[in-house]
Design a protein around this ligand. Structure first.
Ligand code: SF4
Length: 493
């Protein structure tokens, strides 16, 4: 285990939930990208203002949040029951349900299903969970081309890029950059394409329309699955999802097991919480709902792949479990001061921002994303914004503690941090030792300029590599007290 800027990290392998670089390293590079910071700052400021305006319209917003939290708590407490109910209802309506323990199993199932149709290309929508399992790469390995149809996902795919936001995967791109990508990657695009939103949208529309009309297989994620009727729900803003869900002969939906909700009444709560929190809209432009197969209407084959991939492990930790309440609205990303400055790529995880910092380590095991729970100032803005009241700061602290405990168990020698803490504890246990340490620390004033120390000698240099340390004051608090109030026995100081 190494440390960087005082934060622990272990070098990690390539994966969709595991980045190539730990957060502190990737964040430092991102912070140097002024264009990225400008793009992110503008986008998150705009979404924050829209969200705040529509949330303020609802006098019962806090009650709605509490209802959303209660529904998720109840569902996860009886997850086995609701999943089996969902499976039965989907099957009763002509669908087929598959259970996948992990990414490999899910990819094998989906690839096999596409192969069975004889298709060599698919259209995809609303499927961050398929990014989690690396489905596009698995399909490509089987000779099947996946076309993303969500506009932002399309920009990311054509740009040979990675998503950096849950809701707006191309948030790190501005219009000029998107125009360049379209001109470079779309074979039949108008060479006179401008970077106005209407022109870019029209270019994407023409490009995608051909895909929709020829694709025989659609692959989607799901926002919710209603156990009582076996109904799947996708919410989106463009209508591309509606085409993806209705035009192909075969529809394959890959869904994390935590997305199930018991009833339609529960959906009512989430359809109020989600659009306001995500896009800052009162209601969602396109809400698609389907139950199994309807003869002569829409896809005639429907497969639902229920994915675990670490979720039952998170479920087993009562303190970590609330991360599974997430409805992927992205409000926590938009208010996070860390996300706003570093962007999503620095997290090295499909799920970036505050929710990624608590979800990804639980899905992969804390050691595999050890730096993410430290990627927060614990300011609490994410908790205030979360429509299902996930206490992300407490989860972050819980995961930090888990990481420290797991690291301590696997190590024979104590870390420098553990030695420093033990020494501090010894010093603070005795007033005499504490006063002596303060006197000794005063020598550090020589290192200070204008009350700040910019560089401390090793091993304390890890602290000042990322921040200044305050220079010790000329007078300690105890000395000031003695001067002002006299000694404990009432004599003058
Ligand atoms: S943790 Fe809460 S705020 Fe963040 S994406 Fe999930 S539901 Fe939205």
């Amino acid at each position: 285990m190494s440390t960087f800027l005082g934060m622990p990290y272990a070098p990690r392998g390539v994966g969709h939930l595991r980045g190539e670089e730990p957060f502190p390293v990737a964040a430092r590079a991102a912070l140097g990208d002024t264009q990225l910071r400008r793009n992110l700052g503008k986008a998150t400021r705009t979404i924050r203002a829209k969200r705040a305006a529509v949330v303020a319209e609802l006098p019962d917003w806090e009650e709605l949040r509490a209802a959303g939290q209660a529904i998720k708590q109840r569902t996860l407490a009886h997850l086995d029951h609701y999943l089996e109910q969902l499976e039965s209802r989907v099957q009763e309506h002509g669908g087929t349900v598959h259970w996948a323990r992990d990414a490999n199993e899910a990819n094998r199932i989906v690839t096999g299903l596409v192969r069975d149709t004889g298709a060599d290309e698919v259209v995809k929508v609303k499927s961050i969970v398929t990014d989690e399992i690396g489905l596009n790469e698995a399909l490509a390995g089987a000779g099947i081309t996946a076309h993303e149809t969500d506009l932002a996902e399309l920009i990311v795919q054509l740009g040979h890029d990675r998503p950096s936001h849950i809701l707006v995967p191309a948030i790190h791109r501005n219009r000029a950059e998107i125009r360049e990508i379209f001109l470079r990657e779309m074979a039949d695009v108008d060479p006179g394409l401008t970077d106005t939103p209407a022109a870019l949208a029209e270019a994407a529309r023409l490009h995608l329309r051909r895909r929709f009309l020829s694709a025989r297989v659609g692959i989607s994620g799901a926002n919710f699955a209603i156990a009582e009727t076996g109904t799947l729900c996708v919410v989106e803003s463009e209508g591309n999802g509606r085409m993806c869900l209705t035009l192909p002969d075969t529809l394959i939906t890959v869904m994390g097991i935590e997305k199930v909700i018991p009833s339609w009444r529960d959906l009512e709560v989430f359809l109020q919480l989600l659009p306001r929190s995500s896009t800052g809209e009162r209601m969602n432009p396109y809400t698609s709902l389907w139950t199994g197969v309807t003869p002569g209407d829409g896809p005639q084959r429907f497969h639902l792949v229920l994915l675990d991939n670490g979720r039952t492990a998170a479920l087993a930790d009562p303190a970590g479990r609330p991360a599974l309440h997430c409805i992927r609205c992205s409000a926590c990303l938009n208010v996070c001061p860390v996300y706003e400055r570093t962007g999503g790529h620095a997290y090295g995880s499909v799920y970036p921002g505050p929710i990624g910092a608590v979800l990804s380590p639980q899905l992969t095991g804390v050691e595999d994303n050890a730096s993410l729970p430290y990627a927060s100032s614990l300011c609490g803005a994410c908790f205030d914004a979360c429509p299902v009241r996930i206490d992300i700061p407490s989860l972050l602290v819980h995961l930090r503690a888990r990481h420290v405990e797991e690291a301590a168990r696997s190590r024979r020698l104590p870390t420098a941090e553990a030695v420093a803490m033990a020494a501090a504890s010894w010093v603070m246990a005795s007033p005499g030792r504490y006063a002596a340490a303060q006197r000794a620390g005063r020598a550090g004033r020589a290192l200070g300029r204008q009350g700040r120390i910019r560089r401390l000698p090793p091993p304390l240099s890890a602290w000042t590599a990322a921040r200044d340390a305050p220079a010790p004051p000329a007078q300690t608090f105890r000395e000031w007290w003695q001067h002002e109030h006299g000694n404990a026995d009432g004599s003058a100081g």
